[in-house]
Design a protein around this ligand. Structure first.
Ligand code: IVH
Length: 669
């Protein structure tokens, strides 16, 4: 018997609120309070109940984020108030002129300035009416933008309904903010696009713009976009007196304010904050290109007004771009794990933002042709964040009389097999699935730390194993013996024994590690873990269809299709069977419990002996969690060299601090 629908409505309403609260904790506060598995259970319960009662589905239900069908074009939206852009300064002296002008116009000496990073993303406006998200648009020309509502609905840090528990809701709120893609997600996306033979994005901003301007919202949903709110157009029904108060109100309403915002006074404090931010730039998980300085008081902002399209009350103090010029010595094709030939430019070594760059991927032939990059050319390089450098353009004035164009070889430089380009692909591929270059890349990948973690399976060893025909696929690794190994160059008995012990140990692995090790495109550690938690066993994952795969948290249709295609290949099934027959046993995982279970860590500064992802992995491996900002709930702040303002905050809140030595001891156990 169906329950009376009033009861069902109430249950649905409660479930939706609960899920919205968990979305808020996870995507806005970066502080989840339940496990992914528990969340999935709630979500599936809501889906099932809505399927039984389709008449009770509401537009703001968490299940309706990706509701709309693909459209043919974007409609236009007129912004209620013009979206302004910022004037730029690049030196302290120029900022001093801005400050002097502000002081003169206002007739006050001590101006409180709200400062925050300039997030390098795409400017958007989101309209909330009575707390409900109704329209989202791009900036466009400042007056009229494009309607990207359905795409913005898929961004999980965009609340479909504002929270009203901490502060009354505005009647109308036009939020301004920046949509951006975190660097790690950007890198993963480009890696996959390169392998899939699709054109890569030049930088995180372009990939954000590309993701936001998708006609099919399902594609946007599969791209990990985030929103940082930094301003307001219309605001009706509540009084807000300053920028800092606005950011606090955003947080109360469930919107994510731009991170690292602060209130400062005077030029010295501004300059110190700029230096701090520039020092922190490389360690931030997203790209920023400067410091935004805003007069904090809204009344004063109003008095200062605007000139043409820029406010007189705010300015962007931009960082120097991390660019350098250098000469292309050679262009060579490099063969990847999936057989794709990537043109790589060998460069005259040059420092870009403190890193020496010797070669740079040119991604694919289309890119080489579009930018017309030739051997002998001088090129402009740029490094965005700690993103791999890329060629911005050729410096045409410096082109020598004689240059050489690059052509893709017709035969693989490694195995000599045919190289072909499929009709719908940008990529050229070596057609030999047993190409030694492909096998070598797969083996290195298989052994790396996030995968099977086989210490000692280094590049030189892999080269020898493949070149001598000892290893032809991943499973062959488990049939190596001592005699074979010691016969190899630079391989003593001790190292050979160690390697065999490592291989033996690696057989007892976890399902997520095993999935990563198989090298399925787009399946990194996070996705592998989500798959393992969702399906439980390898067989269940192998048997899942695209629809079942799409039901996994954060797995979009593109990723689901890749996973499905991988396990549809008989040779991949055969490989899995051979690995299992050799004794590889991927164990199911549950939510991690460990000595650090429930402990929250914040990382700041750089650790000499460990990269940030590695530190995070260690913490998570022991059951702990890493969050972005220090709060009273933080258990430890790990302080590396050149730490940011998080240390001050930790001191203020009395949170325990660990230096690198103490941290290493803790995670080593
Ligand atoms: S304030 C009138 N704050 O930079 C003030 N803008 O031209 C206008 N941006 O398109 C923007 N981070 O989208 C502001 N913390 C921040 C920002 C920010 C990035 C973008 C903004 C605008 C451009 C400035």
């Amino acid at each position: 018997m169906a329950r009376p629908s009033r009861d069902v409505s109430r249950v649905l309403d409660e479930l939706r609120r609960e899920i919205a609260t968990h979305d808020h904790r996870y995507h806005v506060l970066d502080d989840p309070s339940i496990s992914d598995a528990e969340y999935d259970t709630l979500f599936r319960r809501l889906q099932a109940l809505e399927a039984e009662h389709p008449e009770l589905v509401t537009a703001d239900s968490p299940t309706q984020r990706v509701g709309a069908a693909p459209s043919a074009t974007f409609a236009t939206v007129r912004h209620r108030h013009q979206m302004l852009s910022l004037g730029n300064v690049t030196t302290r002296d120029e900022l001093a002129e801005f400050d002097a002008r502000v002081r003169k116009l206002l007739g006050y000496e001590n101006i409180p300035y709200a400062i925050e990073p300039k997030v390098d993303g795409v400017a958007v406006e989101l309209v909330y009416e009575d707390g409900v998200f109704t329209t989202g648009s791009t900036r466009g020309d400042g007056l009229v933008g494009e309607d990207v509502t359905v795409n913005l609905r898929t961004v999980r840090s965009v609340p479909l309904r504002l929270r009203d528990d901490a502060r009354p809701l505005p009647k109308v709120l036009d939020v301004r903010g920046e949509v951006f893609m975190p660097l790690e997600a950007f890198r993963a996306l480009n890696r996959d696009r390169e392998e899939a033979g699709l054109p890569v994005f030049a930088n995180p901003r372009n990939s954000t713009a590309g993701s936001l301007k998708q006609l099919d919202p399902k594609v946007t949903a599969s791209r990990p976009l985030q929103l940082a709110c930094h301003g307001v157009g219309a605001l009706e029904g509540v009084a807000v007196a300053s920028h800092t108060e606005l950011l606090a109100a955003f947080a109360d309403w469930g919107l994510k304010p731009v991170p690292r915002h602060q209130l400062v006074h005077g030029l010295d404090e501004l300059a110190a904050a700029f230096a701090d931010l520039e020092a922190a730039r490389d360690a931030l998980p997203f790209e920023i290109d400067g410091l935004v300085v805003k007069v904090n008081s809204f009344e004063w902002q109003g008095l200062l007004g605007q000139v043409s399209r820029s406010p007189r009350w705010a300015v962007a103090w931009k960082f120097k771009p991390r660019q350098a010029e250098t000469v292309v010595d050679k262009i060579l094709p490099s063969v990847g794990r999936t057989g794709v030939l990537t043109p790589v430019a060998e460069l005259a070594p040059v420092a870009v933002g403190g890193v020496t760059v010797r070669n740079v991927s040119l991604h694919n032939m289309d890119e080489v042709e579009r930018k017309d990059i030739r051997v002998g050319d001088t090129v402009l390089l740029e490094r965005a964040g700690d993103v791999i450098p890329y060629v911005v353009r050729v410096i045409e004035e410096k082109r020598p009389a004689k240059t050489t164009r690059f052509h893709m070889p017709t035969h693989c430089p490694v195995c000599g097999a045919d190289v072909l380009r499929q009709d719908d692909e940008v990529a050229y591929r070596c057609q030999n699935i047993a190409c030694p270059a492909r096998i070598k890349q797969s083996l290195r990948f298989f052994g790396h730390r996030g995968a099977m973690d086989v210490e000692g399976l280094g590049e030189k060893l892999v080269d020898q194993l493949v070149d001598q025909g000892i290893v032809k696929d991943l499973a062959d690794l488990y049939h190596l013996d001592l005699e074979r190994l010691v016969a190899l160059e630079r391989m003593g008995k001790k190292s050979a024994e160690n390697l065999l012990a490592q291989l033996e140990r690696s057989k007892q692995t976890t399902l997520p590690r095993f999935l990563v090790a198989l090298g399925i495109r787009q399946v990194g550690e996070a996705t592998a873990k989500a798959l393992a938690l969702h399906f439980g066993t390898l067989d269940a994952i192998m048997a899942a269809d695209v629809e079942a795969l799409t039901a996994v948290r954060d797995v979009g249709p593109e990723v689901a299709a890749m996973i499905h295609a991988f396990f549809a290949e008989p040779r991949h099934i055969a490989l899995v069977e051979r690995l299992r027959a050799a004794g590889v046993t991927p164990a199911p995982v549950t939510e991690t419990r460990g000595p650090l279970a429930g402990k929250k860590f914040v990382l700041t500064g750089s650790l000499g002996g460990m990269s940030r992802p590695e530190a995070q992995r260690r913490i998570e491996g022991l059951g702990g969690r890493v969050t972005a900002s220090v709060s009273k709930d933080t258990d430890f702040v790990v302080v590396g060299a050149d730490p940011g303002s998080k240390v001050k905050r930790a001191e203020k809140l009395g949170v325990a601090q660990l230096d690198e030595d103490a941290f290493v001891k803790l995670v080593r156990g």
